[in-house]
Design a binder for this molecule. Structure first.
Ligand SMILES: [Zn+2]
Ligand SMILES: [Zn+2]
Length: 395
């Protein structure tokens, strides 16, 4: 099985780059920069690429792009996100963050190291590539509006026929992978509503417009969107995460603020939920005689993998990891702005397990003790390099 696509050579070469992958990943881990502030990270990536004899460009201040091979019949793109999180690291690792309050707690340090490894591996074969591979190092995945849209506006997808990327995944066993055709990751939107009532003494409710009571009813009513409005064979989430109101036990609250998140895999469902959230909040507030200020913020779109590129990715990943190690699903409720690339170009976003042998013991993404199993870095490199080469030869 492992020789059908000829990935044996790539895998051996990727294993040979293990020490370099660890050095890159640990350097990045020690020097995290949050979204929209990745200046040193981008400079580091560009200088490492230049040291390989490549000529990277900077489509955005904190983005790096490099083309490998000659323009040919096809151009394939690979993307890695490079940003870290505003989080205090508690791993105790010898290469922990040197920057208080910032940490690579989502694995993007690993993604960046893997793509640098791909650059090294493919540049040694540049003359024999049947087309061109474009590597995209993207800033600001963690914070909408994200870096993908700005990179696309800067033209990074011009002439690109297909795109792939991967996310290391702590809750998946090391060496396993998920490549799901069609909708794979959810859209993630958020809302913030302020119910405007009128405060009064707790003993005189007839003088008040109770914003807290109206907000409570709104929170309960919002739960009917998924249970009573969305088609039951579709999927959606409406979660209210905060509700703040009131200042004293004997004063009726004059205003209440609630915030929530909405997830959906289908654009129609996404629009339907948005309309329903708006309706319910406005009508509940109006029924109480209160006003409403609503801010509804569209986040990332659903991430929809192209079936053909996903089948290709599945084949390459199975060739590298072994048959049976790659599965199609489950769906992922998290969001990622790789979906913006997929709105323009067919492609696949693969999830590669990095949770060790027992991911139930791994800390989740965005946790102060999150870490990745570094042993999977050469596997990620072999898969992405193999996928890029297959995409160049695909009809
Ligand atoms: Zn993240
Ligand atoms: Zn991430």
């Amino acid at each position: 099985m492992r020789t059908t696509l000829g990935t044996d050579g790539i895998r051996t070469e990727a294993e040979g780059l293990r020490g370099q992958l660890l050095r890159w990943r640990r350097h990045l881990h020690q020097h995290p920069e949050p979204s929209f502030q990745e200046s040193e990270t981008a400079a580091f990536i560009a200088s490492e690429l230049e040291a390989m004899g490549l000529q990277p460009s900077r489509p955005l201040a904190h983005a790096v792009m490099v083309d490998i091979g000659r323009p040919g019949r096809r151009r394939a793109a690979l993307r890695a996100d490079i940003d870290a999180l505003p989080l205090q690291e508690e791993t105790g690792l010898p290469f922990a963050s040197t920057r208080p309050g910032y940490m690579h707690a989502c694995g993007h340090d690993g993604h960046t190291a893997i793509l640098l490894g791909v650059a090294r591996l493919l540049s040694s074969r540049a003359d024999s590539l049947p087309g061109q591979v474009r590597l995209l190092f993207q800033p600001a995945e963690e914070v909408p509006p994200g870096g993908a849209e700005a990179m696309i506006a800067a033209g990074v997808l011009d002439g690109v026929d297909a795109i792939a990327g991967l996310h290391l995944w702590a809750t998946l066993t090391s060496g396993r992978a998920v490549a799901t055709p069609g909708p794979a990751w959810a859209a993630a939107d958020r809302f913030r509503a302020v119910v405007q009532g009128r405060a009064a003494h707790g003993a005189q409710p007839h003088r008040a417009i109770d914003a807290l009571e109206a907000a409570c009813r709104a929170v309960c009513a919002l739960q009917t969107i998924v249970s009573r409005r969305v088609d039951p064979v579709q999927t959606a989430v409406v979660s209210v995460g905060t509700l703040h109101a009131g200042e004293a036990f004997n004063i009726i609250a004059g205003s209440a603020t609630l915030e929530g998140t909405v997830r959906a895999f289908d654009e129609g469902v996404r629009r339907q939920v948005r309309t329903a959230v708006d309706d319910i909040l406005r009508q509940t507030a109006a029924a109480a005689g209160a006003g409403l200020d609503l801010e509804y913020i569209d986040g990332y779109p659903p991430l929809v993998n192209d079936p053909e590129v996903t089948a290709l990715t599945h084949r390459v990943a199975a060739d590298v990891l072994g048959a049976g190690a790659v599965q199609a699903g489950p769906l992922e409720m998290a969001a990622d702005d790789f979906g913006r690339f997929l709105q323009r170009v067919p492609g696949c976003y693969l999830t590669l397990g990095a949770g060790g042998a027992d991911p139930a013991k791994a800390f989740p993404h965005h946790h102060p003790r999150f870490t990745i199993d570094e042993d999977v870095l050469p596997l990620g490199l072999a898969i992405l390099a193999g996928v890029a080469m297959e995409m160049l030869t695909a009809s």
